[in-house]
Design a protein around this ligand. Structure first.
Ligand code: SF4
Length: 308
């Protein structure tokens, strides 16, 4: 716990190597940066523990493809970090032996990145043929091992917008009760490089995202959320905004090979996203982070409407 009584969450980046090659990946231009060594990661795990981290989220690239992944998770659990989680593309879990070893490492929860309800949509975005089939097999293998703490995240981009309701059905069918629909970040990487092909207008994306949330609520999934969105497009589901929850509960640090950010939530709001003159007088102003800076540069702010 921190002095502010918020929980400390350390997001431990292992490096940017990945067995997928997602078109929108924020790290698309960082693949050549060297991976952290095992010794570095183990040292950082000890540091996270001594700082009082409640959550250690291990991410890449794709952290599960590293041969030392289980060792790092095991070290974190032995040191007593309460929640050790990993955001993954899920492919490694298609191998039952690998799935078994990762579960045995003591990992508390897994966040599967699913970008479409079918192979055509998902694999087109991951640029990795067969990745959807492996992800599905991975889910089945984990369930067969009795591992239930699986959540989902989806990056919302132009090519999967129409498929979001079907993706919601996929999550419901697979009993994924925590899902985040994440409006793509175009400030860096793939989405910045291919803005026009990938970044939807928020006025087009929001109705589809709200539809997915509604399907979830109807199926009893009231913990599904949306992330990185201007609140004026989500007035009917303000209790399903990730950032609101996150700001109340966590102080988040990012420890990456090429940067360290000791207030990831604050700097995103201060630097990465922006509100505009159109927000003047909006009653949601203090709760809202506005739109991505790069989005505003490309599309402007005409879609924002102050909530009175
Ligand atoms: S008008 Fe601006 S402050 Fe208000 S909800 Fe929209 S983006 Fe947020």
């Amino acid at each position: 716990m921190t002095t502010e009584k918020k929980m400390l969450k350390v997001v431990l980046f292992t490096g940017y190597a990945c067995n997928n090659n997602c078109a929108f990946c924020i790290d698309a231009d960082k693949r050549a940066i060297p991976e952290k060594t095992t010794a570095e990661l183990l040292k950082e795990v000890v540091k996270a523990r001594s700082k009082g981290a409640y959550v250690l989220e291990i991410i890449g690239g794709e952290a599960t493809i590293r041969p030392d992944f289980n060792r790092v998770v095991g070290a974190a659990k032995r040191l007593g970090i309460p929640q050790v989680t990993c955001a993954t593309n899920g492919r490694v879990f298609a191998d039952p032996a690998a799935a078994k070893k990762i579960v045995a490492s003591g990992i508390d929860a897994l966040i599967f990145s699913v970008h479409g309800p079918d192979a055509a949509t998902h694999d087109e975005l991951t640029c990795a043929p067969g990745s959807f089939a492996q992800l599905k097999k991975g889910l089945r293998n984990l369930r067969a091992l009795g591992f239930e703490r699986i959540s989902g995240n989806t990056t919302v981009v132009k090519p999967n917008l129409a498929a979001l309701p079907r993706l919601a059905e996929f999550y419901i069918k697979n009993r994924i009760s925590n899902v985040e629909y994440i409006f793509v970040d175009p400030n860096y990487g793939g989405a910045r490089n291919h803005f026009k092909e990938l970044v939807p207008r928020i006025s087009k994306a929001a109705p589809q995202m709200r539809k997915a949330l509604k399907l979830g609520r109807a199926a009893g999934m009231d913990q599904w959320k949306v992330r990185y969105v201007p609140l004026c497009h989500f007035k009917d589901c303000l209790d399903q905004i990730s950032e609101t929850n996150e700001r109340e509960l966590f102080l988040t640090e990012h420890w990456a090979p090429d940067f360290r950010n000791t207030d990831a939530i604050g700097s995103r709001a201060a630097v990465g996203r922006r509100k505009t003159a159109r927000c003047r007088g909006c009653r949601l102003f203090s709760a809202c982070e506005g739109l991505w800076v790069e989005y505003l540069k490309n599309y402007g702010d005409a879609e924002l409407k102050a909530v009175k």
